[in-house]
Write a protein that binds this ligand. Structure first.
Ligand code: CO
Length: 504
């Protein structure tokens, strides 16, 4: 067999596996949108079958042989070629999948199901003791997983790598450390400002049907292709990629709080624009048609949500439309009041409801605690105390109970340790990409004021989307912006807003 034939066979096999996975994605979308409640058990069986077939096919020795045959050939001489990038990434995930014994995978899966259920009960009653033994067990299994995967100095790196390939705890710490200090300081200054945002303007009655119309208008203006996607309603908004020509997003409508739905929709639109921009028509199922990492994915959603959607230029275009759509409800609201309210900064207890500035402190706290728990420096038993102490130090607030404290997120119960930092990486990447887009495209604000968002989308397509996984996250940021990831662009952005809205 020639190397070219091996590559052909390899890509054909991977496409088949991806086809199975995409059937799973479609079932998952249905499960969260329209599936009747009594369909749950059958759906779980369907999903398990798909997951098992996909895993078995991918980890077969044959796939390993094909990868090796291509690796030993000159097909991968140019490290940026399709074949080299595909094989590099397939090797990475193949090794990872093969290193985990089936017994451990099963134990992790079983524990995650039980643990999530214990977590839901614990959160409902705000009773940490119900969840503690499951967190302890999860940590033990995750330590085993890290041992199987292997790492240089910190077991956390082995887990983080599943979500943010190539990133390390030390690398993240290097960016988080200076960021934390400056955020704590900035939030303190904002807290002392005499100005407060007129939140009441967002809390009037906004009929869901009108919110939906505006959400669709904003998504379409940003370039979301409704012929290749849908917008539906769910409890927790998400973006589900299904395949070429099919990327679906969801949102929820709160008739008494405008921001929740609108910015969730813009956020998910950002994820969807990335998915719609990946070269799937040509390379379906292969790494070069897939997102780089969770951090890069989140950078796309956060850029549209925060850097575009909460900006003055966007609202110069969109405020008159919004005001007109809601009629009398908004007639006494000025654009300045509106803009201040959607950029409100105030320390709060819940990460998912927090603003752009305080958000990253919520993430850092989780990053520190989960790392310390994995290293057994903080016991599962001491998680609530560690949590509450950091909330006080970083944000100056104290959770009244664990439901609003260390039990608020589902991640640890699912075994997703190493996931949280990707949220802040997303903010950091977004800020750095957006500064570069401004440099490259000139008067972005002038374009946004006229409702022209496609030049930005075109730039993202060319610089980020069309490359799929061709470059790693570190290579990509360097290539696009000329620099390594830094906290500076995000701090500049947040400080500029603090000055504009709070005068500090
Ligand atoms: Co997101």
């Amino acid at each position: 067999m020639t190397p070219s034939q091996a590559y052909e066979q390899l890509t054909a096999t991977i496409r088949d596996i991806s086809m199975l996975d995409s059937i799973g994605s479609f079932m998952s979308w249905d499960e969260h949108t329209y599936m009747p409640p009594k369909g749950t058990d059958h759906r779980a069986n369907q999903q398990t079958l798909i997951a098992r077939m996909s895993h078995e096919q991918f980890t077969s020795p044959r796939v390993g042989e094909l990868i090796q045959a291509v690796e030993q050939s000159d097909l991968i001489q140019d490290p940026e070629s399709d074949a080299a990038a595909n094989v590099r990434e397939l090797r990475r995930s193949y090794d990872r999948a093969r290193k985990l014994p089936t017994s451990l995978v099963e134990e992790l899966t079983r524990t995650a199901v039980m643990s999530q259920s214990a977590w839901a009960t614990a959160k409902g009653k705000s009773d940490y003791a119900t969840f503690e033994p499951w967190l302890d067990k999860t940590l033990q299994l995750k330590r085993q997983e890290a041992q199987c995967i292997g790492y240089q100095s910190n077991p956390y790196d082995a887990l983080l790598d599943a979500f943010e390939p190539g990133e390390t705890a030390a690398g993240i710490q290097q960016v988080f450390q200076p960021l934390r200090q400056r955020l704590v300081e900035l939030i303190g200054r904002i807290g002392n400002s005499a100005r407060t945002a007129p939140m009441e303007v967002l809390e009037r009655t906004f009929p869901a049907a009108i919110q939906e119309k505006l959400s669709r208008e904003a998504a379409a203006a940003s370039g979301f292709d409704f012929q290749a996607g849908r917008l539906d309603v769910t409890v927790h908004p998400f973006c589900q990629n299904i395949g070429p020509g099919d990327t679906r997003i969801t949102t929820r409508y709160d008739e008494h709080f405008f921001s929740d739905s609108f910015f969730s929709t813009i956020h998910e639109t950002g994820h969807a624009l990335y998915e719609q921009g990946l070269p799937k028509e040509k390379h379906f199922g292969l790494p070069i048609a897939e997102a780089v990492s969770l951090g890069i994915h989140e950078s796309q959603s956060r850029m549209w949500e925060n850097f575009v959607g909460r900006g003055g230029a966007f609202w110069k275009y969109f405020f008159p439309r919004t005001q007109q759509a809601f009629g009398d409800v908004m007639k006494d609201i000025s654009p300045d009041q509106w803009l201040f309210a959607i950029n409100d900064v105030r320390p709060s207890l819940i990460r998912t409801e927090s603003d752009e500035t305080t958000y990253n402190l919520h993430v850092m706290l989780r990053f520190e605690i989960e790392q310390a728990m994995l290293l057994d420096e903080i016991k599962a038993h001491d998680n609530p105390a560690a949590w509450n102490e950091r909330m006080k130090n970083y944000l100056g607030v104290s959770p009244p109970d664990d439901a609003q404290g260390c039990l608020q997120d589902i991640h640890w119960s699912m075994g997703a340790i190493g996931y949280f930092p990707t949220y802040s990486l997303g903010n950091l990447y977004a800020a750095q990409f957006f500064e570069q887009a401004r440099k490259d495209l000139g008067d972005l604000d002038g374009m946004f004021e006229k409702g022209e968002f496609l030049p930005l989308l075109g730039w993202l397509r060319e610089k980020i989307h069309i490359h799929g996984k061709r470059y790693t996250a570190k290579q990509l940021i360097k290539r696009v912006t000329g620099s390594e990831l830094s906290a500076e662009p995000l701090v500049r952005h947040l400080e500029k807003n603090a000055k504009a809205f709070y005068g500090v």
